[in-house]
Design a protein around this ligand. Structure first.
Ligand SMILES: *Cc1c(COP(=O)(O)O)cnc(C)c1O
Ligand SMILES: [Zn+2]
Length: 561
């Protein structure tokens, strides 16, 4: 047999049947798919070059070998995007985003849905009950629609209306329960049992774990494409690249359980030679795994009354997933960490402004966790980091944007007879003047690194009206400042030929430029002597990779006042 189901408790193996929910020997519901890895490796090696980049690429290690074309929605194969601005800001240049927003329903749950719904359809199931914090129900609904399966989607009343409507739109029955997600799960289970309907088993569903693991396979292949094989690679050695860390926000923990399994299987097949550390981020108001981890408990204590607005992360009883992840982290590195809702929303806005990526609050929590762990020194700036990103800001936009984000123009009433009359033109000009003043505060950036200049420019562009000048050398910068007399200068110190110290001395010795306020941004720890050279000459000193956009803007605004 090239593929079987193995019990995590007694080790017994049996053939796969999607409708069997426990081990026939010991009744444990915790089982996993195991494959003949050497043979799968040989087949994959031969087949991969010609295969499309989607989930089915790895079919030799999936419980379903033949994808059903009637169900296909383009699952898997999402891009791996380098986060250049955010990486620059946080001082970790090797930061990548696994962009699961680009799945069929914009979440990584599509991988789970594609395999699970396909298996249930093969098994003849036509009606299904699932409890969900939102995204599973959306994804199952889309695939269930194609499979001819009716879904009863049990959700908490916290799930945003737009998500509930999407579930309903796909033709599923939304059952909205006022209560915690764990109560929702219980009610859904009872409903399924009473009606004799198939009930989704969450992390214990073989196909769901198997779907999630394809994230790991794709990451390894994509990192290899971006960066080449691991450093020091010799012919015949594992060729695929592994990140140092995989970061995801967790609720039930299915994602990292599957991704961890994927990385283990790649190693078993000789494609990679190491495991990444797993980092699982929870919302502070519902963080049973973080609590258990920090107190070195083998089991998590349930949180019965979650205090978070991030409904996607509101699983209070993680059950055995916690133990599985804890074991993985103890063995291969990683940790659980929590972030507040506030921190998640801030990260969500940052991600949108800096990378053009609109994520939902739950995904943003992973980014907030990244920021927290970098600042705590748990992650090193040189680490290769991949973050799972899912969802859309839409339901949460009012929360982060507030009001006052448009500039409204009321055009004067048009006279059809003469649209180009003088008064018409005047009215238009007056309206345009209200869009923005003629003259913005003027800021010059002198930095020899294009990435660093782009980051500063982007921060300034994203929140305020400034006229920005840039120079890539000290000499060009000096000319620029003498010519333009900006209201503020942002100056790098380490530049070839003419460094920032020299630029600063020249500006300060010239009465016409001596009063221009200066913010120095530096990548280097300054010596005492260097600090004393700057003393009294500059208004602020920022360490590159260690300031956030908000802090920077606050500094800029204070100096322009
Ligand atoms: C489902 C989901 C989570 C939680 O994932 P688990 O692996 O099930 O814990 C986190 N973020 C988003 C956006 C999700 O959709
Ligand atoms: Zn067993």
């Amino acid at each position: 047999m090239s593929f079987a189901i193995q019990c995590l408790d007694c080790g017994q193996t049996e053939p796969y049947n999607p409708l069997t929910i426990h081990c026939p020997n010991c009744k444990s519901q915790w089982r996993q798919a195991v494959y003949d890895y050497p043979s799968a490796a040989r087949q994959l090696e031969a087949a991969l070059p010609a295969r499309k980049f989607d989930l089915w690429r790895y079919r030799e290690v999936l419980p379903i070998r033949q994808p059903n074309p009637d169900l296909y929605l383009g699952e898997g194969g999402t891009p791996l995007i380098r986060a250049a601005n955010l990486g620059q800001m946080l001082g970790c240049p090797n930061l990548y985003i696994k962009d699961e927003r680009q799945g069929p329903t914009a979440s990584f749950k599509d991988r789970q849905a594609a395999l699970t719904i396909a298996a249930l359809k093969e098994a003849g199931i036509t009606e299904l009950v699932a409890a969900s914090t939102g995204n599973v129900a959306i994804s199952y609904s889309a695939y269930a629609a194609r499979a001819g399966i009716k879904l009863w989607a049990f959700v908490t009343s916290l799930v945003p209306e737009v998500k509930m409507r999407e579930i309903a739109l796909y033709g599923s029955q939304v059952v909205k329960v006022t209560g915690s997600y764990d109560q929702v799960k219980q009610i859904a289970a009872e409903f399924a049992q009473k009606r004799g309907l198939y009930h989704d088993m969450g992390t214990r569903t073989i196909t769901s774990v198997e779907g999630m693991k394809t994230i790991a396979f794709e990451i390894a292949e994509q990192l290899t494409e971006h960066l080449g094989p691991p450093p020091g690679h010799q012919p015949g050695q594992p060729r695929w690249r592994t990140p140092d860390w995989y970061i995801q926000a967790v609720s039930g923990g299915l994602g990292p359980v599957g991704v961890g399994k994927g990385f283990h299987e790649m190693q078993a097949m000789g494609f990679t030679n190491q495991q990444p550390g797993m980092i699982a981020i929870q919302a502070a108001g519902c963080a049973p795994m973080v609590h258990a981890w920090q107190n070195n408990l083998a089991e998590a204590i349930p949180v019965t009354n979650p205090q978070t607005h991030i409904e996607t992360l509101a699983t209070g009883t993680p059950g055995r997933s916690y133990g599985l992840l804890r074991q993985e982290m103890k063995q291969h590195g990683g940790q659980f960490e929590s972030v507040t809702d506030e921190e998640a929303y801030r990260a969500m806005h940052l991600l949108a402004k800096m990378e053009g990526i609109s994520a939902e609050p739950a995904a943003a929590a992973a980014f907030a966790g990244l920021i927290k762990l970098l600042r705590a020194g748990s992650l090193k700036p040189s680490d290769l980091i991949v973050i799972n990103c899912t969802g859309h800001t839409l339901p949460a936009e009012p929360l982060i944007l507030g009001s006052g984000w448009t500039r409204d123009v009321e055009l004067p009433q048009t006279q059809p007879a003469n649209p180009h009359s003088a008064t018409e033109q005047e009215g238009l000009l007056a309206a345009l003047n209200r869009v923005a003043p003629d003259r913005f505060p003027r800021i010059a950036i002198i930095d020899d690194t294009p990435d660093a200049r782009r980051l500063v420019r982007r921060i300034l562009q994203s929140q305020g009206d400034f006229t920005i000048y840039e120079a890539g050398t000290g000499r060009a910068g000096l000319e620029l400042v003498n010519r333009e007399h900006p209201d503020l200068l942002i100056l790098d110190l380490m530049m070839p030929e003419m460094d920032g110290f020299t630029v600063l001395e020249a500006l300060k010795s010239n009465p016409s430029t001596a009063d221009i306020p200066v913010i120095v941004s530096t990548a280097k720890e300054l010596t005492l002597e260097e600090k004393s050279r700057l003393q009294g000459q500059i208004q602020a000193l920022l360490q590159k990779g260690d300031f956030m956009s908000e802090e920077f803007l606050a500094e800029v605004r204070a100096l322009l006042r």
